[in-house]
Design a binder for this molecule. Structure first.
Ligand code: ADP
Ligand code: MG
Length: 267
């Protein structure tokens, strides 16, 4: 009898907890979209400030007690701080992608991607893991937002690198698009492939990877590909994935060479 009563009490407690959670969620839902955006801004601003203070204190401690660096807990503390920093940076890029505005200029994609490869090079040891860049001799001129595209390709290269096992290659290639690809964007298009020889993705995974916050990595934010998708779409382009488990992955980004002709008015 006592056991039964205990069970019932526990269940009552659980129900109360669920009710409280439910009420909390209902209250959250009452917020309008704008309220949520504003709260998100305020929260991430607060978190960024606190994180900056934390990083500062940790650096001071390290200066005063250099022996602490060899402690494995200290290293994991840094890893956690860096993860938090990346997450907040990704979150802020993700929020600005909700209302994406492009700052387009004529840019040479060959030069832009060569520079990105240079900055990603330290991620690869050049012996077991390699990064290869291939582009046509003639400049590939695009009317695009170079900074936002840099964000996209840096993410794709990093993902490729993280998918490699002990040995492998990530290659970035700019190529002419096939007629089928031009018809996908409806305009003359350039194709950029980011290909890796890593773990690959099942069909079920491929369906989920562009969703915000989907990540299979312990330190992942799950925002890289959704940001990439938003930036490419804002350029009226397409991003597709082709992969098989164990066979590596190819992401193809299709970008129209020129933006749609602006309305030139009566002249
Ligand atoms: N090149 C790739 N090879 C295998 N899996 C990948 C690749 N790129 C992305 N993924 C999968 O897609 C998920 C989402 O990627 P992303 O949005 O960049 O977030 P994150 O890298 O923070 O996990 C990754 O966690 C991974 O599971
Ligand atoms: Mg990523």
């Amino acid at each position: 009898m006592d056991d039964k009563k205990k069970c019932v009490d526990e269940l009552r407690l659980e129900i109360k907890k669920l009710q409280a959670e439910n009420e909390h969620l209902a209250r959250l839902l009452e917020h309008s979209e704008t309220d949520i955006q504003t709260s998100l801004s305020a929260i991430s601003h607060e978190l960024r400030n606190t994180l900056t203070l934390l990083v500062g204190s940790v650096q001071f401690l390290e200066q005063d007690h250099p022996e602490i660096i060899s402690d494995k807990n200290w290293q994991s503390l840094w890893a956690d701080l860096l993860h938090m920093q990346t997450f907040l940076m990704d979150l802020s890029s993700f929020r600005s992608m909700q209302n994406i505005s492009l700052s387009r200029k004529l840019c040479d994609l060959n030069a832009l991607l060569r520079e990105i490869c240079r900055s990603c090079q330290p991620l690869f040891d050049g012996i077991h893991k390699n990064l290869i860049f291939l582009c046509p001799k003639a400049p590939t001129v695009l009317y695009a937002d170079g900074r936002k595209l840099a964000h996209v390709f840096t993410n794709l290269i990093k993902n490729g690198m993280e998918a490699l096992n002990d040995v492998g290659t990530v290659s970035l290639r700019i190529r002419e698009s096939a007629p089928r690809e031009n018809s996908l964007t409806g305009r003359e298009t350039v194709a950029i492939e980011v290909k890796d020889t890593g773990t690959g993705l099942s069909e079920a995974q491929q369906e989920k990877i562009f969703k915000p916050f989907y990540s299979e990595k312990s330190g992942g934010t799950g925002l890289g590909l959704s940001i990439a998708h938003a930036v490419v779409r804002a350029h009226s382009g397409q991003i597709t994935v082709d992969s098989d488990p164990g066979q590596g992955t190819t992401f193809t980004v299709l970008l129209p060479k020129f933006a749609a002709a602006p309305d030139t008015g009566p002249f």
